[in-house]
Design a protein around this ligand. Structure first.
Ligand SMILES: *Cc1c(COP(=O)(O)O)cnc(C)c1O
Length: 825
């Protein structure tokens, strides 16, 4: 039975008027009564907060209506657990999705405030590293758009991803402070706080009826406090909640210590608790392996599960219906400990039988794998888990025993296969493999592109796939077209609407209608003009930030993403050096003017990645200032890449660099953003590029490089890369100049080891893909010189982007994994 009666039909306040006058009055009212500022002295941040409050009010009614609707209809709820949400700014997103942009702009205008200034002032919420966190943010928006009752659960980091600055071309990391001016979007929910335990011991207890239970007695406790942010879907279809947990001490101040004069000690518990949600770990695609990280993972998993189970019991009163009403999606293995926590809640706290609890758990959970890179596969030392989460370690052993018994008895696995599927890695110090835990505790395991899912079956999960062949499925990633087309490129959105009408705003597949206009010279011209306007804006940004002059008439060649050796920014910059050599050697040729734009952060501890940033800056300094180049080639590195910077760069790109070593990029989502905005991709057959090639056709994408199989073969044979270098005089010359210090006269040996690695093992196939990449770049030049052809290709790219909408991805999750029916298809 429900624990307390639920009132479904509470009176709704009158919806707020959406006229300019009403908004104007309300912004003033917020400024006066919520911010406490007289308009005469109000600063821009005050106007920003007042505007957000006014916009927020328009969302509140729909927010409450959405959750009331879920209670009333008893629909299944989706819970998206993610250690990262790279949401970026929210104000423009919210205004645009509820159709308030123009009204707010005018209202502010009447108050002598420029909306665009306020938009740029909003802090960029960078609670994530890169693609994985941005995917979670796109999914939240799509789930609201598709009217799926969903909650995002994550951590409210006091400091998100570091701010990147350049010091003489080197990356320096500075703390980021997104909450410095408060956060008008969030609501603190002190009533939704849960106790989280760590450490202690497990005690067997016998209940009065004689049953034996295990009881975890943690010796360290803290509170998880909820902060809710509304996430509004397109046309305000629905408003879902992003619930982020903040760690707080149970006793904020130990009064006995304080009174005895130990003022620091009195606050010790407070700072120890708060440490858990203080910073986001800044490594992307490598595991941190530190105790605090495990604490973060358990902290948010446990709080989220307690919240989910509480809500479920409150509405339905029994746990047996969990899989019918609850779907929990694990974004990578970071929340995988939730599986053991769910078992503890069901078995230890609710007295459920083990087998029944396991069935329910598997019915509820599903897991998304994001990478096959060995250095990114999470595992924790058994000893650490035993100390921090002793009961969970016991549960993991028990799950493992069941799985291994099944593997031996039903599937007749041999010892090697048993070792492969075991949750415990016995090599060099025993460790718990979180991927294996997430797999066995889930009814669905998905990869994020067709290629990646195939590789998952062949590599990390080969034996688990044999044991449970129906579980692995593919859900190719997507991006929300609202943020990544309509909001970041209103000019293009307007042009498309003029041509094919507004239907694509609600059904992105309708962009296909543009195909029919791709050959129309007038439309090509208009399409190119929209691009030029965006390029002029980026050129201004480059001038303002870096003092480098670039021409909007040049080809804008863009690689923006985390800096990682597998993403091969090194290949790109070596090719730029080779082009520089060619331009100087053959000044008479008809060179295509290019601007190479780079941006991206390196993990602070990733030396080679940081060195590659320095190399890009060193090369840029020489090329940009060499009169012999006559401005035909520019190389710029824009600091502090984040969502807001991406929103400026992506619409301005002519060429999208997606050049990872084949088999290493799980999907990529940057590639999709560029495609939406009419950039042409130069890329390898990797991740979702493979599906882009299929959607857009071979004529509208430039593909190069070794295939996944060829890469695997070369690695297996330990083939020497030197032959590839000897065969390519252009490559050799470029490598020699970098290694000998042409670009680093102040430290000629700076790049010797980096380049030496290409001769030595070249794990990422930079040398062996170089010639193919160079040829592809020459093909790009040729296409650019045939401008009608280029524009046609660009239009086809935008026209075919529908498949890469996160609406499509979420529909597939809903139907195949969560067992939901989608209302508005
Ligand atoms: C989209 C996005 C990413 C992911 O880019 P990839 O090219 O797929 O690696 C990373 N960071 C930010 C800020 C993004 O917007």
């Amino acid at each position: 039975m429900p624990q307390k009666p639920i009132v479904y039909d509470a009176p709704t306040p009158e919806p707020r008027a959406v006229t300019v006058e009403a908004l104007q009055a309300e912004i003033l009212e917020k400024l006066t009564y919520s911010i406490g500022k007289d308009p005469i002295v109000a600063r821009r941040h005050d106007w920003l907060a007042a505007t957000i409050y006014a916009v927020r009010d328009r969302i509140m009614d729909r927010w409450m209506e959405s959750s009331r609707d879920t209670w009333r209809t008893s629909n299944k709820r989706v819970y998206y657990l993610s250690l990262e949400f790279l949401i970026g700014r929210l104000m423009r997103d919210a205004m645009s999705n509820v159709g308030l942009m123009d009204t707010v702009r005018e209202a502010l205008n009447n108050l002598n405030v420029e909306l665009d200034d306020l938009i740029d002032l909003e802090p960029d919420a960078a609670l994530g590293n890169g693609g994985l966190g941005r995917l979670a943010a796109c999914f939240m928006e799509s789930m609201s758009t598709l009217q799926i009752p969903a909650y995002g659960y994550g951590i409210r980091y006091a400091h998100g991803l570091f701010r990147q600055e350049m010091s003489e071309g080197w990356q320096v990391e500075l703390p980021e402070d997104w909450l410095a001016h408060g956060n008008p979007w969030e609501f603190e929910r002190r009533e939704s706080a849960y106790e989280i335990g760590f450490g202690g011991h497990v005690e067997p207890v016998t209940d009065p009826d004689g049953t034996l239970r295990q009881e975890w007695r943690p010796n360290d406790h803290l509170l998880a406090v909820a902060y809710d942010t509304p996430i509004v879907g397109w046309r305000g279809a629905r408003v879902n909640t992003l619930r982020l947990w903040s760690a707080q001490p149970i006793d904020p101040i130990l009064l006995d210590k304080f009174n005895s004069g130990d003022h620091i000690g009195a606050l010790e518990e407070s700072s120890r608790a708060e440490a858990i949600t203080r910073v986001l770990y800044p490594a992307d695609a490598t595991v941190a392996g530190q105790e605090l990280r495990l604490r973060q993972e358990f902290f948010f998993s446990s709080a989220s599960l307690q919240d989910i189970v509480r809500r479920h019991l409150q509405q339905y009163g029994d746990l047996g219906s969990l899989p019918d009403k609850v779907a929990v999606q694990l974004n990578d293995t970071h929340p995988a400990i939730a599986i053991a926590e769910m078992m503890r809640i069901l078995v230890d706290l609710n007295g459920m039988r083990w087998a029944e609890a396991w069935k329910l758990t598997r019915g509820v959970f599903s897991y998304t794998n994001h990478t096959l890179l060995p250095e990114a596969l999470e595992s924790w030392p058994v000893a650490l888990l035993e100390r921090l989460l002793p009961r969970h370690m016991q549960i993991i052993y028990a799950i493992n025993a069941d799985v291994l018994t099944e593997a031996r008895q039903r599937a007749k696995f041999d010892d090697q296969q048993i070792a492969n599927v075991s949750l415990i890695d016995e090599h060099g110090g025993r460790r718990v493999r979180m991927g294996q835990l997430a797999f066995v505790g889930s009814h669905s395991i998905n990869g994020v592109s067709a290629l990646h899912t195939e590789l998952m079956k062949q590599t990390v999960f080969a034996d688990l796939h044999k044991l449970y062949p129906e579980r692995i499925n593919n859900k190719t990633n997507g991006i929300t077209p609202r943020r990544w087309l309509m909001q970041c490129n209103p000019g293009l959105t307007r042009l498309i609407t003029e041509r094919i009408g507004p239907d694509f705003l609600d059904d992105i597949d309708k962009l296909r209608g543009l195909d029919a206009h791709a050959d129309d010279p007038t439309f090509q011209e208009q399409f190119a003009r929209v691009k030029t306007v965006k390029k002029a804006r980026l050129a201004k940004l480059i001038k303002d930030r870096l003092g480098v002059t670039v021409s909007e008439g040049a080809l804008f060649d863009v690689q923006i993403k985390r800096i990682h050796e597998y993403k091969r920014q090194l290949l790109n910059i070596i090719q730029a050096v080779a082009a520089y050599d060619e331009i100087r050697a053959h000044p008479e040729k008809d060179w295509v003017p290019r601007v190479k734009v780079f941006a991206g952060k390196a993990a602070p501890s990733y030396w080679n990645a940081k060195l590659i940033i320095k190399l890009i800056n060193d090369v840029g300094k020489v090329i940009n200032n060499d009169p012999a180049v006559r401005g035909l080639l520019k190389v710029v590195f824009l600091p502090n890449y984040n969502v807001s910077v991406a929103e400026i760069i992506v619409p301005a790109a002519d060429l999208s660099e997606q050049i990872s070593t084949a088999g290493m990029e799980a999907s990529g989502t940057g590639n999709m953003k560029f495609m939406a905005n009419g950039a042409i991709t130069i890329g390898t057959m990797d991740g979702a590029n493979v599906e882009m090639h299929k959607e857009v056709g071979a004529d509208n994408i430039v593909i190069f490089g070794l295939s996944t199989e060829q890469v695997a073969e070369k690695r297996a044979k330990s083939e020497v890369p030197r032959a590839a270098i000897d065969r390519s005089p252009r490559l050799k010359e470029a490598l020699d100049s970098i290694a000998s210090g042409v670009f680093s006269p102040d430290d000629p040996n700076r790049y010797r080891d980096l380049i030496g690695g290409l001769y030595d093992h070249d794990w990422f196939m930079v040398a062996r893909d170089f010639d193919s990449y160079s040829a592809a770049q020459r093909q790009v030049d040729a296409l650019w010189l045939d401008r009608a052809r280029w524009n046609r290709m660009a239009i086809h790219n935008t026209a075919r982007v529908g498949f890469f909408s996160s609406d499509r991805t979420i529909r597939q999750y809903a139907e195949d994994i969560w067992g939901l029916a989608i209302a508005n298809q």
